[in-house]
Design a protein around this ligand. Sequence first.
Ligand SMILES: *Cc1c(COP(=O)(O)O)cnc(C)c1O
Length: 426
Amino acid sequence: MNDKNTGTICVQGGWQPQNGEPRQLPIYQSTTFKYDDSEQMARLFDLEANGYFYSRLANPTNDAVARKIAELEGGVAAMLTSSGQAATFFAVFNICEAGDHIVSANTIYGGTYNLFGVTLKKMGIECTFVDPDADDSVIEAAFRPNTKLLFGETISNPGGNVLDIERFAHIAHRHGVPLIVDNTFATPVNCRPIEWGADIVTHSTTKYMDGHASAVGGCVVDSGNFDWFAHADKFPGLCTPDESYHGLTYATAFGKQAYITKATAQLMRDLGAAQSPQSAYLLNIGLESLHVRMQRHCENAQKIAEFLHDHPQVGWVNYAHLPDNKYYPLAKKYLPNGGCGVIAFGLKGTREDAIRFMDSLKLISIVTHVADAKTCVLHPASHTHRQLTDEQLRAAGIAPDLVRLSVGLEDISDLLADLRQAMAAV
Ligand SMILES: *Cc1c(COP(=O)(O)O)cnc(C)c1O
């Protein structure tokens, strides 16, 4: 399907039924798979043959959906995970271990910020956070001899900042490490980071890909472009024999499939975090309409961003597709057809005014979620990021008065009417 356009891959990618097989992707709700002789099973365990034996490691439903996402991103292989958090963790831990270091944009999802700043640290992996808008020299000063990757989000959650992916890829490659991009908010419908030099792409499929707030999930996609052997000293996990697999060397045995094969064979085997086939099935249904939904999310969000921009009670709006936005030039370059439905803004007045505004909304609900069909709001300082101090919030690019509005697929006039009446109540 790699020669097809995005909308066609959304609808038909991944599952290609043969004569007489189900048209819709079947849910292979089975933990295990049957073989006629023990030799066949042994070859699977030795990674000498492709096939299924246990659904923690591989399942046909999950594989079809992973294949669709890999096709959408223009990658060579992908794996589904139980959540976006698991995807980020696996993407990083697949090439890092205790004693290593990573560099990340500081404008990232709160859960990722915590994973990198707190949990990875406990595992002996240090992270230096950088301002993604700083000069190359400032970002490059964060690199150390033991740095293993650079990380950023295409459109940051919740700030809405746009990453200069091409510049980040050049920086990473100058230091002999891959660039990992979390492409959750843009989705491959609006941006394909691999085309701009990203090596690995991650997703919380929980958001637009699923699109209906029905299943938590994640995905890691490999471009197959990073030359692990060119930096073999940095990536012994891929370039030296794995004793837990009879001395097999992933980059030799699997070439462009090495990164995802290692992530499956080692991380999924040892840490679990597999997606259930039922969730993968729901995700696939979401993906079938992703291209149509993203267009409507962006149209609605553009109108609401313009409304907020001109509203006297609104202090500031960050939506990259507003022409006076700081990120407008980057949005034009990386997101020419639209970004996402998420808008960050601040009301004039006190923190209480922001809370009164949110409590006065009738159609738009307060939920800890973004990026699905139903419009919702969240105040990160009092909800998702409440474990961060005001100082840490600012360091993560989040103003304490920031309201995150996730614009859904409802009729625009009803959404605008709800916003108007809630503003009037403040
Ligand atoms: C939600 C989110 C995650 C985490 O994903 P979960 O599916 O909630 O585990 C990671 N990155 C971004 C940008 C997100 O929005």
